[in-house]
Design a protein around this ligand. Structure first.
Ligand SMILES: Nc1nc2c(c(=O)[nH]1)N[C@@H](CN(C=O)c1ccc(C(=O)N[C@@H](CCC(=O)O)C(=O)O)cc1)CN2
Length: 287
């Protein structure tokens, strides 16, 4: 039976550390500030944004949520981002994804100042991640949170074979880069990968982020592997579930994350951690 990687508990611990870091910064006269922009009324996005606001408030982070109508133009949305770029009380800005179809998400992301890009999606920060520089820069929160989970559970990465399923800009691509930077041998698979199972069965660390309910079964997993499920799917009864068939896979995996209570809570905790880091870095630059 696999070890359960408890994201809820880890997030609690990380949030406590963040709370202490906020207090320390406040003693230096800096209150970290987070601006969250949400466009339209996607119910899941509204839940995530509400959780971000609530967590920021609990940790003493100044937070602004800007709710905009689905009809807003790309130029108007970029205008809102630019206002936050110029606001010295804001250290981290994020635009909740997905955006309505008429708005080009990459254009909006490029409008965020790289030094306030708390999601780590700006091409400059993505470039730093791929270049594996030792500079301070933000990284996409879900993969960064997963690296924290691996570290906290003492799961070795260097020299291991890691397979990432799904190549989104939010999870798959930055996840592969982080694992590569941590000296794993990484394979990034996607919807055109033939014989997916041939790859997943080689993985010591398997990260699955596809949005396909229960894509990964027991026979797709190497015995003893660490399995990280980033899926946020609904089953036939509307119950939240993942991309991994948890009941089956836990019988063979060495360690596994549940859904809910795995990666999700760590995404928000990492966002808070990174808001504080951006505030620290901006303070050290004298801005
Ligand atoms: N700008 C961004 N947009 C999106 C991101 C992101 O990192 N930046 N990630 C996802 C959504 N997301 C955060 O924004 C997110 C998803 C899920 C959870 C979470 O805690 N899930 C819970 C279950 C919640 C539920 O019951 O519905 C869990 O897994 O336990 C947090 C954040 C896409 N958009």
């Amino acid at each position: 039976m696999a070890i359960l990687i408890d994201g809820k508990q880890l997030a609690k611990e990380l949030n406590e550390q963040t709370k202490q870091a906020v207090l320390a910064l406040q003693q230096e006269g800096v209150t970290p500030g987070l601006a969250v922009v949400i466009v339209g009324e996607d119910p899941a996005s509204q839940i995530y944004v509400r959780s971000k606001r609530k967590k920021a408030e609990q940790l003493g982070i100044h937070s602004i949520v800007r709710e905009l109508p689905a009809t807003i133009s790309e130029a108007e949305l970029i205008g809102v981002v630019e206002q936050f770029n110029a606001d010295p009380s804001i250290h981290g800005i994020l635009v909740q994804s997905p955006l309505p179809k008429h708005i080009a998400e990459p254009k909006v992301v490029r409008a965020i100042l790289p030094t306030k890009d708390v999601d780590g999606f700006h091409p400059l920060n993505v470039g730093k991640l791929y270049a594996n520089t030792n500079l301070d820069y933000p990284v996409a929160c879900t993969p960064k949170g997963i690296m924290t989970m691996l570290e906290k559970y003492h799961i070795e990465v260097a020299g291991k074979e890691a397979v990432v399923v799904g190549r989104s800009n939010i999870v798959g691509r930055p996840m592969a880069a982080l694992l590569n930077n941590a000296d794993a041998t990484v394979t990034l698979t996607h919807r055109f990968t033939q014989n997916l199972s041939d790859f997943t069965r080689r993985a010591d660390i398997l990260v699955v982020a596809t949005g396909v309910t229960h894509l990964i079964k027991k026979t797709d997993v190497k015995p003893g592997a660490t399995v990280i499920d980033v899926g946020m799917d609904r089953d036939a009864e509307g119950k939240l579930t993942g991309d991994v068939d948890f009941d089956q896979v836990q019988e063979v995996a060495g360690a596994i994350t549940p859904v809910p209570g795995g990666v999700g809570p760590m995404t928000i905790a990492t966002l808070m951690q990174q808001t504080v880091e951006l505030a620290k870095w901006s303070d050290s630059r004298g801005k």
